[in-house]
Design a protein around this ligand. Structure first.
Ligand SMILES: Nc1ncnc2c1ncn2[C@@H]1O[C@H](COP(=O)(O)OP(=O)(O)OP(=O)(O)O)[C@@H](O)[C@H]1O
Ligand code: SF4
Ligand SMILES: [Mg+2]
Length: 327
């Protein structure tokens, strides 16, 4: 493909958010290393990887809701052309309420147990648009209908503890819709839910993306789920993005040894096939590992190369990036 064709492909895609070379520290320990991520408007991008690799810290850097001890030492988070790392807290509050919504793993962290669902939904809507209580209530019913909430009038007067996990997650999604968020960050939105409800919530996010053009960052350690819904994917390992591609291409042709190992460890429909789990565990951020961080667990490790040199993300085939010195 010529440079000109490549250029036109890049121009067609519209970036909503871009993270550039983000480096995040807890004291001396680095949690994110030069993280780069592009979210295209109206697409679902997945951020995948094992526990502790930095998925939530990446999301929280965008929301600017990091733990107090976390420090962003360098990097940019560009939302619609603005570096929001320079935003004041007031500007951030406005952004979080209106344009970027977070669906956390545990919905109770976003719902106040002391107020009814209706109250919280109406307040969220009124905080972001100048409408009367009556109009906000009508909008609340509309968004609850959009998230297919059964028995809406009763739900409006229910307290969060009276709802199931799946229903609470629908309420959070309804809140995002009520404020017309352009970007929804869904951090393991279905981990606590059983499989049927998991599918309903993911189908709902997919519908929102397709019908409203909402951009979604799906954070998940579950590659099977990602393969069913995401348009593109970044795989993280120990604070580094190690692979990035369109989802279809990634699942057809995974390049990085870590991605391959993750995919090999997925349960298959054939019970006769034994699962190949990845040996060992990911390092903690206190552990200093020379060269490629994955080398102690990698089948392809070339000892005198991989233990010395730090691989960087490179385009191996068109729009398919991998950070490996060997493959
Ligand atoms: N408050 C904190 N203080 C010190 N280190 C932290 C803190 N919060 C997170 N970390 C570290 O930062 C790294 C990235 O954490 P993060 O929560 O982003 O992981 P994750 O990929 O979201 O994992 P999980 O899948 O378990 O949610 C981890 O190694 C974690 O130990
Ligand atoms: S750089 Fe070496 S150790 Fe790292 S993933 Fe590639 S082959 Fe494995
Ligand atoms: Mg997390």
């Amino acid at each position: 493909m010529t440079e000109k064709v490549k250029e036109s492909i890049i121009i067609i895609m519209e970036k909503l958010l871009e993270i550039k070379n983000l480096n995040l520290f807890f004291g001396e320990n680095q949690a994110l290393y030069d993280v780069n991520l592009i979210l295209e408007k109206g697409k679902m991008h997945a951020l995948a990887g094992e526990s502790g690799c930095g998925k939530t810290m990446t999301a929280m850097s965008v929301m600017r809701l990091l733990p107090k001890s976390a420090v962003i030492k360098s990097g940019e988070v560009i939302f619609k052309g603005d570096n929001i790392l320079y935003y004041t807290e007031n500007q951030m509050r406005e952004l979080r309420g209106n344009r970027i919504a977070l669906i956390p793993q545990d919905p109770m962290t976003s719902l106040n147990p002391l107020y009814t669902v209706g109250n919280q939904l109406i307040e969220a809507i009124r905080a972001h648009s100048k409408v009367s209580h009556h109009q906000a209530r009508r909008k609340a019913k509309e968004v609850l209908d959009m998230v297919k909430m059964p028995d809406i009038d009763n739900k409006l007067s229910a307290y969060p503890h009276e709802l199931s996990g799946g229903m609470k997650q629908r309420i959070i999604i309804a809140m995002a819709l009520g404020t017309n968020a352009e970007l929804i960050i869904a951090d393991e939105p279905t981990t606590a839910l059983d499989v049927t409800i998991q599918k309903q919530i993911m189908d709902l996010l997919d519908e929102i993306k397709k019908e409203l053009g909402t951009t979604i960052l799906l954070i998940s350690h579950d590659l099977a789920l990602v393969s069913n819904y995401a348009d593109s994917i970044s795989v993280m390992y120990s604070g580094h993005i190690v692979e990035e591609a369109e989802a279809e291409e990634f699942f057809k042709n995974p390049l990085h040894p870590y991605s391959r190992a993750l995919l090999n460890s997925l349960p298959t429909r054939n019970p006769m096939l034994k699962l190949k789990t990845i040996e060992g565990t990911p390092p903690s951020i206190q552990e200093k590992i020379s060269g490629c961080k994955f080398h102690p667990r990698c089948d392809l490790c070339v000892s005198n190369l991989c233990t010395k040199e730090q691989p960087v993300l490179k385009e191996k085939t068109l729009k398919h990036y991998s950070a490996c010195l060997v493959k």
